[in-house]
Design a protein around this ligand. Structure first.
Ligand code: SAH
Length: 345
């Protein structure tokens, strides 16, 4: 089977070009064509016939196929179900804000973390996605916008908050980030990419050493070890205090914050005492808190608290002077909100 072109970062592409004695300018020409212009056709502009033939014969330019598109009736959220070459499926979500979009990418088919509140977690891990399958979600979503909502094909933020634990598939996710960041291609700003983790310390180490400018979000969900163990089983192996200590010693850029995500579950982690403990854990850090009311999915037994309970929780955090956002539930009518993604449609 041919290697995917979309598995190569810029320096891999340069290596391939050098090793095959092709003209060095082909690397920027190809990145420009496939990532800046986002063309899927063969690049014939400004490139030698030899290089055209070489890439045609040796590389695969296909991308994950869009199987189904779900458009929200409530907001402009779009959820894509992608079909991969081996027929496995993953989902990707475009979340609108001011005529621009954030894209929520999947990094694995299923997930090994088995979090009790997460639809994806219930499926177990099937396999890691390749870099081309990650980058392909972005390119296909962009092209869908260009065709169906022309003029709106502006995807400003990339978040790894879809299916999977991105730090558990570090190599492929890192290379996808390098491709997104490349000045020769999509040229996404480093502060526009966020990786969300359940707290997988080996992956955190690699993130801090290898792609430190990429933003980090930690799924915290409870400041109490026993409750967090119940929600996020890997907390037993990598307890929250160790995760926070690790994150604290990572040097951040001046404007860089760590986002702490907190799912609010009715009568489980939504009491003022939970908020106080959370506030005292995070006070004084370069932290943002995202409060996410629990999103139900078929078979889930948790519930979301009422709005006034959510606001009370936020009010407690405000006393600790931590910037806190209550995240809306965009796309929940098409099961596109956090934790509602699955591979079985
Ligand atoms: N594995 C990574 C990224 C995927 S989940 C992580 O754990 O961070 C992205 C976010 O959605 C996480 O904060 C996750 O906890 C949250 N989430 C999962 N299921 C949810 C649900 N049912 N309702 C609300 N948020 C959920």
């Amino acid at each position: 089977m041919k290697q995917s072109f979309y598995d190569l970062n810029y320096s891999d592409l340069e290596t391939v070009i050098n090793q095959n004695n092709l003209n060095g300018s082909a690397a920027s020409v190809l990145f420009n064509w496939h990532y800046k212009k986002k063309e899927q056709t063969q690049c014939l502009d400004n490139i030698a016939k030899l290089a055209v033939d070489f890439f045609q014969n040796n590389f695969d330019f296909s991308l994950p196929e869009i199987d189904t598109v779900y458009e929200s009736n409530k907001d402009r959220t779009v959820k894509f179900l992608f079909k991969l070459k081996d027929a496995h499926k993953v989902e990707t979500v475009l979340i609108p804000f001011n005529n621009k979009y954030s894209i929520c990418l999947s990094s694995q088919v299923g997930c090994a973390m088995n979090c009790s509140f997460c639809f994806t977690g219930k499926q177990g891990l099937t396999r890691n996605l390749t870099t081309s399958e990650i980058v392909g979600q972005f390119l296909q979503a962009w092209r869908w916008l260009a065709t169906h909502r022309p003029g709106e094909e502006r995807i400003l933020n990339i978040v790894f908050m879809g299916q999977g634990e991105p730090l558990h598939n570090f190599d492929a996710v890192k290379k996808a980030c390098e491709i997104f960041l490349s000045k020769h291609g999509t040229s996404v700003g480093i502060q526009k990419i966020t990786i969300s983790t359940a707290g997988y310390i080996p992956g955190l180490k690699r993130w801090s050493e290898e792609i430190p400018g990429v933003n980090l979000a930690l799924s915290l969900h409870s400041p109490f070890e026993a409750k967090r163990n119940e929600l996020i089983p890997i907390n037993k192996k990598y307890p929250l205090d160790e995760v926070l200590t690790y994150i604290d010693q990572i040097p951040l850029n001046k404007k860089q914050f760590v986002t702490y995500e907190y799912i609010l579950i009715k009568d489980f982690n939504d009491a003022p005492g939970d908020a106080k403990k959370l506030g005292s854990l995070l006070a004084g850090k370069s932290a943002y808190i995202n409060l996410i009311p629990f999103n139900a999915f078929p078979g889930s037994h948790y519930q979301s608290p009422d709005l006034d309970k959510i606001e009370q929780f936020k009010a407690v955090l405000d006393t600790f002077k931590i910037p806190t956002l209550i995240r809306g539930t965009k796309g929940d009518d098409v099961l596109a909100a956090c934790g509602q993604l699955n591979s079985k449609n």
